[in-house]
Write a protein that binds this ligand. Sequence first.
Ligand code: FAE
Length: 540
Amino acid sequence: MQRHLTRRHFVGVAALQTAATLGFTRIGLQSARAAEPDAVESAPAVVVGSGYGGAVAALRLGQAGIRTLVLEMGQLWDTAGADGKVFCSTTAPDQRSMWFRNRTEAPLATFLWLDVVNKAINPYPGVLDRVHYDQMSVYVGRGVGGGSLVNGGMAVTPLKSYFAEQFPTVDADEMYGTWFPRARAMLGVNSIDPAWFESTEWYRFTRTSRKAAANAGLKTTFVPNVYDFGYMQREAAGTATKSALAGEVIYGNNHGKRSLDKTYLAAALGTGNVTIQTMEKVTSVSRATDGSYLLTAERIDNTGAVVETKQYGCTYLFLGGGSLGTSELLVRARDTGALPDLDAGVGAGWGTNGNVMLGRANHIWDTVGAHQATMPVMGIDDWANPDNPVFAEIAPLPMGFEHWISLYLAITKNPQRARFTYDSSTGAVKLGWTTAQSAVSAGMAKKLFDRVNAANLTIYRYDLFGSTSKVFADNFTYHPLGGCVLGEATDDYGRVRGYPNLYVTDGSLVPGSIGVNPFVTITALAERTLARVLAEDIRS
Ligand code: FAE
């Protein structure tokens, strides 16, 4: 990653740090302000959300000399708490862990059926949210950097043939020749040293799962990550403060991870043209008679109370609120009549990337280790199996003691899709995904792992997901995708149909499935969109 750092990048990092130190929620606001009525702050370009899609938009707009305002509903995670740390760990969660909850809602609910995983916390704008719909819940990151703050860092480029299947109108050669390499370079993707992997106690859990897969005739593959493996080796050697080796991941990493606030967003601020405002949730979008866009945003405080309702105006609007955030804004805008010409495809094509989590119980001699790194580095790759395509990440379960559990996040090729709809009686946007649709993913995961269990004479773990016998956690996803699918609700470059100068740059463009962990694809598509839009649409 070092080679991508520039002077401007460092200016950006400093800006983020200064803002945090001084407790500002506004960074460089003045530069984004134009001669507008008091109630309206305007900028040529506004970006909603600061995850992958939003961060790419912010950087490329800033580099093109366009004053850009980023509105992010979460906070800037750069201020240490009383313990001297910005983020809390998975083993000792506090209020920083979750977005306005009284109790944590970790993916693993129980251990030996005991309610020992989740803890009572104070409601606070924490970094991980679990959004509950009727029959599916979705984990998302909240804060400057979006999902990059909480994810496992697995930076996987999808199989070219499956990418082409999912995006038939996108030039796959150009994606794999230009946009994927650019995304990987900007994100700071690196790979674990195979020799270290084979010898370190911190990845015993992965080697044990690899052996079990091999016994079933299944192929495993290393996957790259944005966590700095050089740093991780220093953690293991005792020369760097532990983060991935100290149980830090879904509630944030204090060190080692190249999250977006350290890459794209730092560089964006370094251009001097980008402003990020935090704790502001965009609640509606409409269009003025001159064709510009108007946004309403609610600024909240640490209790969640709305302390100000603000109006923004812009010529160019980029939506990077993620699959949920962007779909919600656009479905509501269409169905309330604020943007009535939005395509019927807005809200459609949503899927879970076929996510299912499960655990297997190993034999007593197949230990997984009391010490586990939190960054996954390997997957079981059975995607080429035409009867049952599955790619299963070998996930860590760092409990600090030997538990003999192999945990997996399976990505299955589930063809089911759902739609977001607007409920006019409550004003809520609902998701129509059903339990029966999840069962398709669970069935595929079962088919694969029944093979692993049969070959190893092992069984599933029945004690991890809350109820007395739940083996396949198919009721939540880490990978929400779709809702504003590329080439359907938008043109082939993320331009929203019916509304000039309105763009989608995030995971809502991906039609419900990409076969691997999705952020490299989201980033690469956003790079492609921004290059095209800057060349053809924007006059600075
Ligand atoms: P995202 O990163 O979610 O960013 C959206 C941002 O917009 C957030 O910061 C929101 O707070 C903000 N926002 C939303 N609505 C509004 C609004 N109305 N007003 C203002 N701000 C708003 O979107 N993917 C991988 O590729 N590899 C992994 O290892 C991996 N592990 C994961 C582990 C966990 C626990 C989770 C939750 C996800 C994981 N993912 C992983 C998924 C990945 O983080 C996700 O696909 C991307 O973050 C999605 O990027 P977007 O730009 O779509």
